[in-house]
Design a protein around this ligand. Sequence first.
Ligand code: NDP
Length: 469
Amino acid sequence: MQTYSNLVNGKPVEATSHQEILNPATGDSLGLAAISSEQDVNDAVIAARNAQKDWSRVSDQERQETVARVAQVLQDNSEYLAELITREQGKPLSGPGSRFEVQACVGWTQVPAALALAPETVHEDEERKDVLHRVPLGVVAAIAPWNWPLMIAIWQIIPAIRMGNTVVLKPSEYTPIATLEMVRLINQVLPPGVLNTISGDGRIGAALTSHPDIDKIMFTGSEATGRRIIEASSRNLAPITLELGGNDPAIVVPGTDATAIAEGLFWGAFLNMGQTCACIKRLYVHENDYDSVIAALSDLARQMPIGDGMNENNLIGPLQNKMQYNKVKELVGDARSNGCDVMEFGDVPDTGYFLPVTLVGNIQDGQRLVDEEQFGPALPIVRYKNLDDAVASANSLSAALGASVWANSPEEAEPVAMRLEAGTVWINQHGAIHPMVPFGGNKASGYGVEFGLEGLKAVTQPRVISIKK
Ligand code: NDP
């Protein structure tokens, strides 16, 4: 059976224990992934610390060129990595699936490679000049989740490396293999120690985030773990970028043409089988449009082929893990037992963590499927009578990552969008992130932003050079 190792200082680390990783669509074994010890965590942090001194002295242009070479390696290995993602994480090769994920990795590497943070003169008069420089923080701990295992790891590691930091990355214990392989490949063009990995469960993550020699934590995952990481950071005072879950609302403005928006709504909700932080997780539709929106979404849901994502015809794959599968089943079961209309679509294979595409009508705020983050292919559709009620519902939860407003024209949607509390409010699209556009949560969805120049600033610290004239 193939074994996948961590990489520290450019070399594979021999592990004393391993876990077997299974394909969520078929149950087939993919191989053994290393489990790190606390000693391994310490070794990885020391390697990153040692490498950071030289890496921070490399010229900005050289770092840009190195990151551009990383993008090329990702491109050259795109099909290999996409197949690994599909086998391990479950999202299909086709549609907005694993090939799409790898191309996003390429794009989110190319853009930071081309960006630079120039020194900024923040004040100047006859007596003085003050220039703000952005210098690296040091060693970045990156904790990645299992839903977009490569793309989110890239969001964390590339800006950090680009700005002269070094990284210790921990992939999720559910999806370590594709990430360890990606790191092995891109290490071919990075100096040893710039990008290191450890792997294992939350205890190993905690050993990393509480390590005294960490200077920054990048985390994407659940709110509960986010809170633990904040506590752990009291040991090292590391600033944190926290991208926690969302429970994104979408509001359809009264009178909107349902067929025109159905496809955007569908993929906004069911991208990666709903296992995406910024997916539509509750849909608010005016009572007069409710039937037509449900009919348009049902038409699409009926056409979606479900099955093993290695078959290029399939567009909907399994959930990634049993925990998530059980959670979604439980929330749909709760809605069913409370008398909601549970509409299920698609022929679900007998093996694997497959669930049908599910629309749930006749449901209200206060029910679990609306109020809790389902992170799966079950969309609650709530009727509203007037827009003010829909806005109040959308803003009523503590999660505030994304939101969207759907209308026949952007002008009609914009006043509603301005009233929604979320890090990003999309109009006639949802989850439409871009490597130049800052992305992050409000309220309980976290703090700090990723992407673009703001994302680069988040992995630096300001240093002012103040000159007396
Ligand atoms: P977690 O927040 O537990 O996992 C995210 C990452 O954090 C994983 O790498 C995990 O490791 C690691 N981790 C766990 N505990 C600690 C700790 N104490 N210190 C440092 N790192 C730690 O999410 P789950 O996988 O348990 O998923 C639960 C729910 O979270 C989902 O149902 C979904 O609602 C939400 N979620 C949101 C995501 C998003 O994109 N915003 C992504 C994933 C989940 P390991 O997996 O190895 O335990």
